[in-house]
Design a protein around this ligand. Structure first.
Ligand code: IYR
Length: 214
């Protein structure tokens, strides 16, 4: 095995506790400061994300880091168009009811205030050197795992994120010039929380509800 660092169980015990204690402190933030983010932090977080396991190691993802104000503005305007339709009724009463604790609405100023947006695309199929289509496998699972790595890495760097999914978000292909074989999967808002940013008063389920031991 290449480069696999073996830990003693005692070291593992300490390290996983420290990691869990830190990960459980992550909260989704919706109120971002305009403070800049070090591009080297983004690069390392993306390096972690792109190392995720994927079906047949096809790595069926593409990440676009958006920092240009004009592009962020275009994305905000397109996302808010979709969100207005969603909150005006497309979502349905039950969904809107479920969202009440989050106090969200169709206004998405963070798409401009946050210093970086990372648009994550799922590659539905690949293209080889001869221009022939190649197959990818377990794409939603693979990209979801990569996004988990990305969010955890950005959190480790002290950054806040928001997993934003305006629906549909086909506008991202057009604004960011990505091919049709890539489907927008997630728009991750990245930055530091605004001074005084609040998060919803919501709790995680007790672990014995979501974990069984047999
Ligand atoms: N995309 C909308 C609505 C929304 C949906 C879910 I599910 C959430 O967990 C949060 C929001 C929005 O961003 O407002």
């Amino acid at each position: 095995m290449l480069d696999f660092t073996v830990k003693t169980p005692a070291q593992g015990r300490t390290d996983v506790r420290e990691l869990a204690d830190y990960l459980v402190r992550r909260r989704t933030v919706r109120d971002f400061s305009t403070a800049a983010v070090d591009p080297a932090i983004l690069a390392d977080a993306l390096r972690a994300a792109a190392s995720a396991p994927s079906g047949a190691n096809k790595q069926p993802w593409h990440f676009v880091v958006v920092q240009t104000p004009a592009l962020k503005r275009q994305i905000r305007l397109a996302a808010e168009d979709e969100e207005r339709a969603f909150y005006a009724g497309k979502a349905g009463d039950q969904w809107l009811d479920d969202l009440k604790p989050l106090a969200t609405d169709a206004d998405k100023p963070f798409l401009e205030t946050a210093p970086a947006l990372i648009a994550v695309f799922l590659e539905r199929y690949g293209v080889d050197a001869d221009g022939e289509k190649t197959k990818n496998y377990y794409m939603p699972e693979s990209v979801g795992i990569a996004c988990g790595f990305l969010i955890a890495a950005l959190h480790q760097a002290g950054l806040a994120t928001l997993t934003h999914t305006p629906s549909p978000m086909g506008f991202l292909n057009q604004i960011l010039d990505r091919p049709k074989r890539e489907r927008p999967y997630l728009l991750l808002v990245v930055g530091y929380p605004a001074v005084g940013a609040q998060v919803p008063d919501i709790q995680r389920k007790p672990l014995d509800e979501t974990v069984s031991w047999r």
